[in-house]
Design a protein around this ligand. Structure first.
Ligand SMILES: *Cc1c(COP(=O)(O)O)cnc(C)c1O
Length: 393
């Protein structure tokens, strides 16, 4: 039997073969395997050159300057560095943060930890489409607010937030830095660090056909952002992230980002058509509720709740034919209903009976038809059982 169709591109993506080739060139004896921090000899210098070229390419892909890029092990580490880094640095000025209930765990958990250590955090609630109103943010800011952390593209429902409006609110406040988790953004929507006005932005390679285990934190130089490091050692990455930079990983991230940006507009158009076909097909099965509105979500994500079925059974029923998630890969292990959908106002049962379809580079029209079919078959079987048409002995 063939493996199920992969419709989980919001959780991770395969590495593009061109990206893998670039990475392979930085590993073996005949490649650029040196330590980029070993200046002064040939092999170290060659590696440093690759790392700096990668830094320039990542910066170019997101509208940043090369010296604003701090490489990390992924967006989780970048989020932690931004949140703890600002909180520690601004500690004498205030200990209040603002974020949203719909953020990724990599933002929420550092906030919870700061609360445990004596900071105060305000959690904003989105509207039913997943949007955070800038006025709500403005109302939550206090004299002692030092950081606002709000994401760009939501990983479960795909909602794109108005980062420029958040930046304007923080600018008026004067004392609050803006951190943006943009792990889902590259290749799915336009991201311009300078124009967007954020102070700090987290990036990840593996949501954009790059390798897992690498990302970056953009730290605005122009805006004079200062953060405390969390990790100490060799002083790499301007002292903000000590540790040998993984040449093959950052080279992979740079190659993946360049491809993603080059293909972005064409892909968005193609995926938008596929997503609307998918939604029409699912809607025709009855009892489908769309989470997130098409006009403010990226084309790559469709999240749907299904009335009249139980979540776990639905996922199990479709699993042999399509690989989809109920929500974040990081929370699906807990078996809890999606807190993102709960924050949008969905009740527990509906939040549980939801599927997130992630469309990507490998998604074809045939894959979409397979998904519509598979969900339809699962729904009619489960609803027959749940609806009492099958009489119990
Ligand atoms: C995947 C993801 C993360 C975590 O990124 P890693 O690179 O896997 O650590 C953080 N935030 C969002 C929105 C994500 O989608």
């Amino acid at each position: 039997m063939s493996p199920p169709v992969y419709l989980d591109h919001a959780a991770t993506t395969p590495v593009d073969p061109r990206v893998a080739a670039a990475m392979a060139g930085c590993l073996g004896a005949d490649g650029v395997f040196g330590n980029p921090a070993s200046a002064g000899h040939f092999h170290g210098e060659a590696a440093l050159e690759r790392v700096e070229a990668a830094r320039a390419a990542v910066a170019a892909a997101v509208g940043a300057d090369p010296d604003e890029v701090v490489f990390t092990s992924g967006a989780t580490e970048a989020d932690n560095l931004a949140i703890f880094g600002v909180a520690e640095h601004a500690r004498p000025r205030g200990r209040h943060l603002v974020t949203a209930r719909t953020e990724h765990k990599a933002v929420l958990d550092p906030c919870h930890e700061l609360e445990r250590r004596g900071w105060q955090v305000t959690y904003l609630t989105p509207d039913e489409r997943g949007r955070i109103a800038p006025e709500r943010l403005a109302a939550a800011l206090r004299a002692d607010t030092v950081l606002v952390s709000l994401m760009h593209v939501n990983n479960e429902i795909g909602t794109v937030q108005d980062v420029a409006a958040f930046a304007a609110v923080c600018e008026r406040h004067g004392g609050a830095r803006l951190h943006v988790d943009a792990a889902q953004s590259v290749g799915k929507t336009a991201l311009d660090f300078k124009a967007g006005g954020a102070d700090l932005v987290s990036l990840s390679a593996h949501k954009s056909y790059g390798p897992k285990g690498v990302g970056a934190l953009l730290v605005s130089r122009r805006r004079g952002v200062r953060i405390e490091p969390r990790q100490f050692g060799g002083g790499q990455e301007r002292g903000l992230r000590s540790g040998t930079v993984a040449t093959h990983q950052v080279v992979g991230m740079a190659a993946a980002f360049a491809l993603a940006v080059a293909q972005r507009e064409a892909e968005a158009t193609r995926l938008a058509a596929l997503r609307e076909r998918l939604w029409c097909g699912l809607e025709a099965h009855g009892g489908a509720i769309r989470n997130g509105a098409p006009q403010d979500t990226v084309a790559a994500i469709l999240n749907v709740s299904f009335a009249g079925v139980e979540g776990e059974s639905l996922l199990a029923a479709v699993a042999p034919r399509i690989s989809v998630s109920t929500g974040s890969a990081c929370t699906s292990a807990s078996g809890e209903p999606s807190y993102v959908l709960r924050a949008l106002g969905r009740d527990e049962r509906l939040a549980e009976a939801s599927l997130r379809f992630g469309l990507g580079r490998s998604t074809s029209a045939a894959d979409v038809e397979e998904a519509i079919e598979a969900v339809g078959a699962a729904l009619s079987r489960l609803r027959r059982i749940g609806g009492g048409c099958v009489t119990a002995p």
